[in-house]
Write a protein that binds this ligand. Structure first.
Ligand SMILES: NC(=O)NCCC(=O)O
Ligand SMILES: [Zn+2]
Ligand SMILES: [Zn+2]
Length: 473
């Protein structure tokens, strides 16, 4: 059945214009004024924007971590994402030393099979880079379509990889066309500071932040950038939390290093004081890197505005307050790190960013969708509204006011880190490849309808842009 969305305002990373959008067989086939509606299902988007579906490049669904497993899985997590205007996620596939990369990928396929309601891809964690892993990598990238590799520089004795592994990964990625992602914090220094704090009897959640100061993030960010320069490779720094780290990225970019930075809603609107909430409530705000002093927020917003940071991930990694976060009562280092954000990522950026004049509406689309599509090999199928693109479309009412609350959210956890925050602007309906997942704020999707996305190699968006604009002679 042909669908035509009428009366909406199409917004892409480049343009804002009034047009009808016609969808056939899951893709956009026409965009224009007064498209003929004969035989089509007409969807009225009066008063609404049409955004390309959000792309969340950073989620952890059904992930074992910190002695427990994240509460949201590929079903609850993707339903919540869809309510929030996200139509694609890229989740982190964890690997272990000694086991094949393929076995890890198979595990993540099993977790997501028949569950996701929106499309999804995987990034592949690298914990060691030896001959076996090197031999397997081309297959992962070329056949499995997993074109981004993740290295943790922190979480000592758990996920942390050493610099040799990072460097070898950067070289392999350069040669194979993958993008290396880093969690940039100095895990060795953090390990020392954590042990020292606990020895001194400092066990409350606030010490999570105090034992991971901005310097350890900035140092690791700078180190990763330097190794990227040496390897002539490409790097994406996840969850940039503070001014010092953002400045390291800006500095590296000014030197011509191929480096990109992602921040997350929590770093833009919450601050370190939340970790001091009484009755162990501070545990709800334990992320790594931690929330920072409030002044950092203005610098992060400015970095988004000026393009020094380019994307917004949710870093969805949800744990119940009761029964999971409380594993760290009496020892902050045992609080599972992470929070529930997948649902509110897009609305928070719109409300705090566009409505407050910090970024333009086109920058908002770029940051929540287009740039991630380009960096992670999904563009132009995803990340824009254009003829031939997947009809992943969010019908967004910019006037609706909503108060974020665990009472009404769709994530599986028992709290919301943004509880009580007022946002203006909300997705009303969301289509994934032309089918409604959310219709008039009701879930109408189907678990299993989300497709696994084999992604193109790093840089393929630049090639296609180049090819289409080059005069051959
Ligand atoms: N960020 C966080 O605290 N939890 C998720 C795992 C990670 O991204 O480091
Ligand atoms: Zn991380
Ligand atoms: Zn993460």
């Amino acid at each position: 059945m042909i669908k035509i969305i009428k009366n909406g305002v199409v917004v892409t990373a480049a343009d804002t214009y009034r047009a009808d959008v016609c969808i056939e067989n899951g893709v956009v086939t026409q965009i224009g004024e007064n498209l003929p509606i004969v035989g089509a299902e007409v969807i009225d988007a009066k008063g609404c924007y049409l955004f390309p579906g959000g792309i969340d490049p950073h989620t952890h669904l059904d992930m074992p971590f910190g002695g427990t497993v994240t509460k949201d899985n590929f079903e609850t997590g993707t339903i919540a994402a869809a309510f929030g205007g996200t139509t694609t996620i890229i989740d982190f596939c964890l690997t272990t030393k000694g086991a094949t990369l393929k076995s890890a990928v198979d595990t993540w396929h099993a977790k997501s099979k028949d569950k996701a309601v929106i499309d999804y891809g995987f990034h592949l964690q690298i914990v060691e880079m030896n001959n076996e892993k090197l031999a397997e990598l081309p297959k992962m990238i070329e056949e499995e379509g997993i074109t981004s590799l993740k290295v943790f520089m922190a979480y000592k004795n758990q996920f942390q990889a050493d610099d040799e592994t990072l460097f070898k990964t950067l070289i392999a990625a350069r040669d194979l066309g993958a993008l290396v992602m880093v969690h940039a914090e100095n895990g060795d220094v953090i390990d020392y500071l954590v042990k020292k704090a606990l020895e001194d009897g400092n066990t409350d959640p606030i010490f999570h932040a105090l034992t991971r100061p901005p310097e350890v993030e900035a140092e690791a960010t700078g180190r990763a950038a330097t190794l990227t320069e040496l390897a002539k490779s490409q790097l994406y720094v996840v969850h940039v939390s503070c001014a010092e780290a953002a400045r390291k990225i800006a500095e590296a970019r000014s030197k011509g290093i191929d480096i990109w930075g992602e921040t997350c809603p929590q770093y833009l609107v919450l601050d370190q004081s939340y970790l001091e909430k009484p009755n162990f409530e501070g545990a709800k705000y334990v992320w790594s890197p931690p929330l920072r002093e409030k002044w950092n927020q203005a610098e992060l917003w400015n970095a988004l505005k000026t393009g020094q940071l380019q994307t917004l991930g949710s870093d969805q990694c949800s744990f119940d307050f009761v029964g999971q976060k409380d594993l760290g009562k009496g020892d902050f280092s045992k609080i599972p790190n992470g929070g529930p954000i997948i649902e509110d990522r897009v609305s928070i950026l719109y409300s705090e960013g566009v409505n407050k004049g910090r970024i333009s509406i086109n920058q908002f689309v770029d940051i929540t969708s287009t740039k991630a599509a380009k960096l992670f090999g999904l563009y132009p199928k995803k990340g824009t509204i254009a003829i031939g693109a997947d009809a992943d479309i969010v019908i967004f009412d910019p006037t609706v006011e909503r108060v974020i609350s665990a009472d009404i959210h769709h994530m599986a956890v028992d709290y919301n880190a943004f509880e009580g925050m007022k946002v203006t602007g909300e997705p009303v309906s969301v289509l994934s490849r032309g089918e409604f997942v959310i219709r008039d704020k009701q879930f109408v999707g189907k678990p299993g309808s989300g497709q696994f996305l084999k992604r193109a190699k790093y840089g393929s968006d630049k090639k296609s842009e180049h090819e289409s604009t080059t005069l051959t002679f």
